[in-house]
Design a binder for this molecule. Structure first.
Ligand code: GDP
Length: 369
């Protein structure tokens, strides 16, 4: 058809008939989507992970994080298969309040560690708040620019689903897969607020607390009992005009640590200053961590603590499964609301309500036997 613009009025302009354009939707997209959801046999995941295949490792962790019962069953088989190949790593927990410089520091520590040690590093995270806030997803690749492009590193953001216990379990299970894939250093990042550092502490060999100087609240950690679980404390941002303040804060911490009883490990926690951003004092921090690891390996505490952690996780897992079995039970779900209303209405006491619910649950369980 002749275009109106070809009228002599528009002299100098020649408009040609167009050609058919391809659809704006990529015809292969559906295929790609399907491929992404493809599930493999447990042994295929295990073989891939043992061969160090990062894509298989990532997909297996996605199964761990899934709430789908089929995915969970598959994930458990993969974990079981990987378990004999796990354990050969140093697991380091890194905690600090938002803004303390965790991601900057992990980036720098990670690159230095990979240079020194020549091995591989996985960065995982526990952030139970990430589901609600959607903001602070720890372990995010974009926050660790150097590690994100390092061929020997694997970064995985925090699982987002559910309770702290659930999130922590998933991170712990991911550690097993990463170790089977040959990652001999594992960093577990967590926010230094609330309960998540206790959960982190229960799965790492060394717990590093990042603090800042000059906040006027240097000993903030003591109140919350975090210092008691720290195996080492570091003061970040010891650069420029901040060096003196950082040193002062470090001496405060050293004094405060002397007030605590000797930790179970038998190794007194050290305090050091460094700058994650300007890469100052990084080797000192890594030396501090790995000296501790050498000492506790020699004393037998390393293995003792890992055994204690395995026991802890067995009971945690029982608790989680019992809770889920109870609260996701259809009958209990229906009954709970009524019981709650009766308690609020002052008709029955909390204890009677709880007992009725539990009796109902147990009698149903008996019926299923
Ligand atoms: P996170 O929230 O604990 O992960 O903290 P970030 O790593 O995101 O750091 C928070 C801010 O502190 C960023 O603006 C960093 O650039 C800055 N920062 C981190 N480390 C240092 C450091 O060693 N020195 C200085 N001066 N700034 C730093």
């Amino acid at each position: 058809m002749e275009h109106v613009e070809n009228n002599s009025e528009y002299a100098g302009l020649q408009v040609n008939a167009g050609v058919a354009q391809p659809g704006s939707i990529n015809p292969y997209l559906n295929q790609m989507r399907k491929r992404r959801h493809k599930l493999f046999e447990p042994q295929e995941y295990i073989d891939g992970i043992l061969a160090g295949d990062v894509s298989m490792l990532g997909q297996a962790i996605t199964l761990i994080e899934s709430v789908h019962p089929d995915h969970q069953a598959l994930a458990q088989k993969v974990i079981e298969g990987c378990l004999p190949y796990s354990g050969n790593s140093v697991r380091i927990g890194i905690s600090g309040v938002p803004g303390a410089g965790k991601s900057t520091s992990i980036d720098t520590f990670g690159v230095h560690l990979l240079e020194r040690d020549g091995g591989k590093l996985a960065v995982l995270a526990i952030d139970p708040s990430s589901e609600k806030t959607k903001g602070s997803i720890l372990g995010d690749k974009t926050r660790m620019e150097k590690l994100a492009v390092h061929p020997k590193s694997f970064i995985r953001p925090s699982p987002t689903a559910g309770s702290l216990g659930g999130v922590a379990r998933k991170t712990r299970e991911s550690i097993i897969l990463c170790e089977a894939a040959g990652y001999n250093n594992i960093f577990v990042e967590t926010v230094g607020v609330g309960q998540s550092e206790t959960a982190c502490h229960s799965m790492v060999d060394y717990f590093l607390l990042i603090q800042l100087a000059g906040t006027g609240d240097e000993l903030q950690g003591i109140k919350r009992g975090i210092m008691e679980i720290a195996d080492g404390i570091v003061i970040n941002k010891a650069d420029g005009e901040n060096v003196e303040k950082a040193e002062l804060a470090a001496s405060h911490f050293r004094n405060a640590l002397h007030l605590f009883p000797m930790p179970e490990s038998g190794v007194m926690p050290e305090v050091r200053c460094y700058s994650g951003f300007y890469e100052l004092g990084i080797d000192g921090v890594l030396d501090m961590i790995f000296d501790y690891i050498d000492k506790v390996k020699a004393s037998g505490y390393f293995q003792y603590k890992r055994n204690e952690q395995s026991k802890y996780w067995m009971y945690e897992s029982i608790n989680e499964q019992l809770r889920n079995s109870f609260y996701f039970n259809k009958k209990i779900k229906d009954m709970t609301e009524d019981m709650e209303a009766e308690v609020l209405g002052g008709k029955i006491t909390s204890f009677v309500a709880a007992k009725r619910l539990l009796d109902e649950y147990f009698s149903e369980m008996k019926g299923q036997e």
